[in-house]
Design a protein around this ligand. Structure first.
Ligand code: DQA
Length: 144
């Protein structure tokens, strides 16, 4: 039983990038927390980050073949990528969208997400805790 957590462009810079918005926790810290939470929940974690849109598409396709679910922070591609929207549509496992910041409290170009309409749900504005909340959302049974 695997959960794949996929992170998009510039998230490799967490901890040094725009600290007032994104805080000082690094992506390695987030990975570590998620690893512990997955172990507790009885899932294996695959954690990835890429700055490339096509690679994110490939990671989604690959996860679609083997994982129980995906947690994705598509970063800036959230607001631009029909390819990521289509990749999520093409798979049959639940996808939870996560953003560290509250995208609706920021510039208007961040208010639209190509991913939200094809996600099970979206968690934004809770910083790194959003990933842990997403793990809870993915692994708790959702009533029909
Ligand atoms: C982000 C929000 C996006 O608008 C932005 O482009 C990011 C990070 C977030 O986690 O808050 O790179 O996805």
């Amino acid at each position: 039983k695997q959960i794949h957590i996929l992170n998009g462009p510039n998230l490799n810079l967490l901890g040094e990038r725009e600290g007032s918005i994104y805080g000082h926790v690094t992506l390695a810290d987030i990975e570590q927390n998620c690893r512990e939470e997955c172990a507790r929940l009885g899932y294996e974690l695959v954690f990835a980050q890429t700055n490339h849109e096509g690679e994110l598409v490939e990671l989604i396709q690959k996860a679609g073949k083997s994982a129980a679910g995906i947690i994705i922070n598509p970063a800036a591609y959230t607001h631009t990528s029909v390819a990521i929207h289509d990749a999520i549509r093409a798979i049959n496992i639940p996808v939870v969208e996560v953003h560290l910041s509250n995208i609706f409290a920021r510039e208007s170009f961040r208010h639209h997400s190509y991913v939200s309409p094809v996600a099970l749900g979206t968690i934004c504005g809770f910083g790194p805790a959003g990933y842990i909340l997403a793990l809870g959302a993915l692994t708790s049974p959702i009533p029909e």
